[in-house]
Design a protein. Structure first.
Length: 320
């Protein structure tokens, strides 16, 4: 008898619960990471992921966010790059996330093809992603920027050198100068560069970057570089070599125009200006290894990259 009553009660309550569920307020579906295929020339079979926040600025900026060795688009999106995602929700900019698919999931910053504009390696595929996004959204061409961590920081330097007419600013966490990792034996690893043993003059570094886009005479992107002083994966001397390269590309002295400490372990030097968007900015983190970015750092990068402009408008169009 009790079983019969319970069964009858269930038959009455289940439809009622379904109705109440339908009537109850539902949370809004949040924007997510979308896989894009068929985005254009992609000689090294990269994956492309796109993040378009629910509300876009009327003229959104575009951030290319490049992961570390062994990483993934999803890993950086939900992990140490997530503050960029939160800022995109706030300021309405778009994020393109390239993903390496070769063994080790590192980006090619070593081969001759990688170190030449439109050379046919990873940088070529990444620029196809940028072009795809620009065709579909009203992207502000003056605010296309790039940032990356470790292998992604090395790619950040390469992209800024090869496509200075596309990128307005870059922020590299634990990287090396553009061209430093060059190899000609098919290897993707350059132990001399990773160990901080490749030293050049500022002019030599600048000329190496200029050789990646021969004949270009325009402006180069603003560059922000971050490095831990105890980094043993991409050794700390690479920080100083990056400063040499980018001050030379901006025709600046290597003597800082401003030095301060935003946090106790940080030393920030600015070149060619004193404000938050100086032409070149370096931040070294005392006692820190290959663990960047850390909490709070991306907020400084967002400002440097010029991503913190408001002006959200209507919901983003659905194109997928």
């Amino acid at each position: 008898m009790r079983r019969t009553l319970r069964a009858a009660l269930a038959m009455v309550l289940l439809p009622l619960a379904a109705v109440l569920t339908l009537l109850a307020p539902q949370p809004a579906a949040a924007a997510g990471l979308t896989r894009i295929t068929g985005f254009g020339n992609n000689p090294t079979n990269l994956n492309m992921y796109l993040y378009v926040p629910d509300h876009l600025a009327s003229r959104p900026a575009l951030l290319v966010l490049v992961h570390y060795c062994g990483g993934s688009a999803g890993g950086i999106f939900g992990g140490n790059g997530h503050d960029y995602v939160s800022a995109a929700d706030r300021y309405g900019y778009i994020i393109v996330l390239p993903e390496a698919t070769r063994d080790g999931h590192c980006f090619d910053v070593s081969s001759p093809a990688a170190l030449k504009r439109n050379g046919g390696s990873d940088s070529t595929g990444i620029m196809s992603m940028v072009g795809y996004t620009r065709q579909r959204y009203n992207v502000d061409p003056a605010r296309i920027v790039v940032s990356g961590f470790s292998s992604g920081a090395m790619m950040t330097n390469v992209l800024a050198a090869e496509y200075p007419d596309v990128f307005s600013a870059a922020s590299a966490f634990s990287g090396v100068p553009a061209g430093c990792f060059a190899t000609r034996d098919g290897s993707q690893w350059n132990s001399q560069c990773s160990g901080g043993n490749v030293r050049k003059s500022a002019q030599q570094w600048g000329d190496l970057a200029r050789s990646m886009y021969p004949g270009y005479t325009g402006h180069y992107p603003r560059m922000q570089v971050w490095h831990g002083t105890t980094d043993t994966t991409l050794a700390y001397p690479n920080f100083g070599e990056e400063i040499k390269q980018w001050t030379n590309l901006h025709a600046l002295s290597q003597t800082p125009t401003a030095t301060d400490r935003p946090q106790s372990a940080w030393t920030r030097t600015r070149y060619g200006g004193t404000g938050a968007q100086s032409p070149v900015e370096g931040i070294s983190i005392a006692g820190t290894g290959h663990t960047l970015p850390q909490g709070g750092m991306l907020a400084y990068a967002v400002t440097f990259l010029g991503l913190d402009r408001s002006g959200l408008t209507t919901p983003a169009p659905s194109t997928f």
